[in-house]
Design a protein around this ligand. Structure first.
Ligand code: HEC
Length: 124
């Protein structure tokens, strides 16, 4: 797959330590969303330092115990979102995916990836 160890180095180590295909949809999607989303760490600051990623999250844990997706008001453009609610920054696939019909119908990022890889257009 595209995000294998040879291309992703240290990132891949964390991803491949559990196979997302064997997790339930939310847990599988959380594997990708820990990096592919914009949000706030719930327990900021930690020892006086502010972090921009879900510190303490591990695959299999509930991401929403560590991380809150960036909020958005429909009709207003923000730093992270366009007025129509779509992502304005890089690596925000999670912010787009979680409210989507794909996710609410139980489809995980990995399924979308396999489908799109076959069609050569990539957009989790
Ligand atoms: C530890 C952080 C991290 C996790 C977890 C993670 N990604 Fe990524 N991903 C990145 C970063 C950073 C980039 C951009 C850098 C790059 O392209 O090398 C990226 C790039 C991508 C790309 C861009 C296409 C490409 O090949 O360059 C895709 C698609 C992708 N990730 C899918 C996923 C999926 C699906 C998952 C869950 C199975 C996932 N990622 C989990 C950090 C992560």
């Amino acid at each position: 797959m595209r995000w294998d160890a040879t291309r992703r180095g240290v990132f891949a180590t964390r991803i491949s330590s559990r196979n997302p295909a064997r997790l339930n949809t939310t847990a599988a999607v959380n594997v990708c969303l820990q990096c592919h989303s914009q949000g706030q760490l719930l327990n900021n600051p930690i020892n006086g330092k502010y972090y921009d990623w879900p510190v303490g999250f591990e695959v299999g844990k509930d991401l929403d115990r560590f991380w809150k997706l960036e909020e958005h008001k429909l009709g207003e453009q923000s730093f992270t979102h366009f007025a129509d609610g779509t992502a304005r920054k890089n690596r925000m696939q999670g912010n787009d995916f979680v409210p989507s019909a794909m996710y609410t119908h139980g489809i995980a990022c990995t399924a979308v990836m396999m489908y799109t890889e076959q069609r050569t257009t990539l957009n989790c």
